[in-house]
Design a binder for this molecule. Structure first.
Ligand SMILES: Nc1ncnc2c1ncn2[C@@H]1O[C@H](COP(=O)(O)OP(=O)(O)OP(=O)(O)O)[C@@H](O)[C@H]1O
Ligand SMILES: Nc1nc2c(ncn2[C@@H]2O[C@H](COP(=O)(O)O)[C@@H](O)[C@H]2O)c(=O)[nH]1
Length: 218
């Protein structure tokens, strides 16, 4: 069997969750830059854009009625209300990537993580929860990002332990102390998950070929 004959696996759904400010967006950006084979699930949201955010790149920015129409049409794989805004993952690009064997990275909260894990696509989910080194450092990171008002930061800090309380639902849990280290660890997780036996369907034919060779050599 040649590389061209190899039936491809379905793409992985790699979910990153964390309390707001722990670093998952930064880690996601680094992973995507380092791995062109990985796509990003661009969520729809009713949150207004932050400075520098571009419609269709960070998020699809939509109105609440538009978001509700997407839910009604079954266009979202999952959706949730987070910090007073609606967020959801458009289903079609995810299913297309999976069918073509391309992996997709998600930056979503624990509610979305649960819904994707419990969906018919759940077998391909690899979930990673990112913890901050401490609450003081989490607050420092939210402030240093410089994109949210003190009220918004206070709201996100108040919700942080509710998000953290779901840590044990995830396959992997990492403390994001050093960005290089955390990025490397998530990359290792993805590489190892790609190598799971059930994600390499071509192995059945390959081992059958080895067995034939073995018989012929006897
Ligand atoms: N290991 C780290 N050490 C120091 N600063 C970090 C580290 N990881 C991320 N940061 C910084 O913390 C801030 C928050 O990171 P980021 O926006 O990635 O968080 P997030 O988890 O995606 O938040 P949200 O859920 O609100 O989108 C950013 O300014 C980022 O540069
Ligand atoms: N359930 C979902 N959660 C999502 C999605 N997209 C983002 N998020 C989460 O929302 C918060 C806030 O994000 P921010 O960009 O406003 O800081 C964060 O925890 C994201 O992970 C989604 O599609 N579904």
């Amino acid at each position: 069997m040649t590389a061209q004959d190899v039936p491809s696996r379905r793409g992985l759904l790699v979910i990153l969750s964390s309390p707001s400010g722990a670093g998952k967006t930064t880690i996601a950006r680094r992973l995507l830059a380092a791995d062109p084979a990985m796509g990003f699930s661009v969520s729809a949201t009713t949150r207004p854009p932050r400075p520098g955010e571009v419609d269709g790149r960070e998020y699809h920015f939509v109105t609440r009625p538009e978001f509700e129409a997407m839910i009604a049409a079954g266009e979202l794989l999952e959706h949730a209300e987070v910090f007073g805004n609606l967020y959801g993952s458009p289903r079609r690009p995810i299913e297309a990537a999976m069918a073509e064997g391309r992996d997709t990275l998600f930056d979503i909260d624990w509610q979305g993580g649960q819904q994707v894990r419990n969906s018919p696509l759940g077998r391909e989910v690899v979930s990673v929860f990112i913890l901050p080194p401490s609450l003081a450092e989490l607050e420092r990171r939210l402030r240093s990002r410089g994109q949210d008002s003190p009220e918004v930061i206070a709201g996100r800090m108040a919700r942080s332990m509710a998000e953290v309380s779901h840590w044990a639902e995830y396959d992997y849990v990492l403390v994001n102390r050093d960005l290089d280290e955390t990025e490397a660890r998530v990359r290792h997780v993805v590489e190892v998950e790609r190598l799971r036996r059930e994600r390499q369907p071509w192995l059945n034919d390959f081992v059958r070929g080895l067995a034939r060779e073995f018989e012929e050599a006897r």
